[in-house]
Design a protein around this ligand. Structure first.
Ligand code: 5GP
Length: 235
């Protein structure tokens, strides 16, 4: 498959058209941003880690019946994906309170959330990904009720599968963000599943093993991403 012109460049990935209409080429970058782009940097080989971790997670999810955009790994930084139209809503699942949930509501950091919390935010760099509810989503024509129902159901299923998968690797899945796309009239899981988009805490040491190391200058950023890749590839 031939890589054609670039369609889009985001903060962490580039998307290219291919000579097959329904397939895109995604290239993962080492660029890292945080706090709505106010903090910028690079994490050496982050693109490799996120590409390979995402591929593995998408394969596991597919085996468990979660349709997603992953087609195949091309090399260390590139994968082929189905050419979806991304829904401009980020879906966040929280098992444990931390991050913006603590900042926003003052709940205690690290407490188990019962029930598991689902949030939606508007995928907009310009407006800083603001939280939204199902009424905003419908009124702004971002997704229909039917599409949102699918997104919600899939998000909780993804949580169950990822929690179990990461637990085998001695990692607690604290929270994560996923995105969906439209493909052949269906809503399928898209984007990436990586230490950029999931908070993962080491079960033994409670160490932060994700992008929070970059966000909060905790050190050992590159080594931590490599450790996640090593654990994921041991599956
Ligand atoms: P928080 O809202 O606490 O900052 O993030 C909740 C979870 O969603 C974290 O796992 C975080 O990595 C992920 N998340 C939320 N928004 C974004 C985003 O715009 N980009 C990335 N990479 N992850 C996000």
């Amino acid at each position: 498959m031939r890589k054609l012109e670039q369609l889009y460049e985001g903060k962490a990935k580039k998307v290219f058209r291919t000579d097959e209409e329904k397939i895109y080429f995604v290239e993962y970058k080492d660029d890292a941003t945080a706090f709505d782009g106010k903090k910028k940097g690079t994490i050496d080989d982050k693109g490799v880690v996120n590409n390979r971790v995402s591929a593995k997670m998408f394969n596991i999810l597919k085996e468990k019946g979660i349709e997603n955009h992953f087609v195949e790994l091309i090399d260390d930084r590139k994968m082929l994906v189905k050419a979806v139209e991304i829904v401009q809503v980020e879906v966040i699942i929280r098992n444990i309170a931390t991050g913006s949930m603590v900042r926003r509501y003052g709940v205690e950091d690290g407490i188990l959330l019962d029930p598991t919390v689902i949030e939606y935010s508007y995928k907009s760099d310009e407006y800083g990904d603001p939280l939204m509810n199902s009424y905003h989503i419908k009124a702004m024509n971002l997704a229909t009720d039917e599409e949102l129902a699918v997104m919600k159901e899939v998000a909780f299923k993804v949580n169950d599968i990822l929690k179990e998968t990461f637990a085998k690797l001695d990692l607690t899945l604290v929270d994560f963000k996923i995105e969906f796309g439209r493909y052949d009239g269906r809503i399928i899981l898209a984007d990436e599943i990586s230490p950029d988009t999931c908070r993962l805490w080491d079960k033994k040491t409670n160490e932060r093993m994700d992008k929070d190391r970059f966000r909060h200058d905790l050190g050992n950023v590159k080594a931590t991403y490599q450790e996640i890749l090593k654990r994921v590839e041991s599956l």
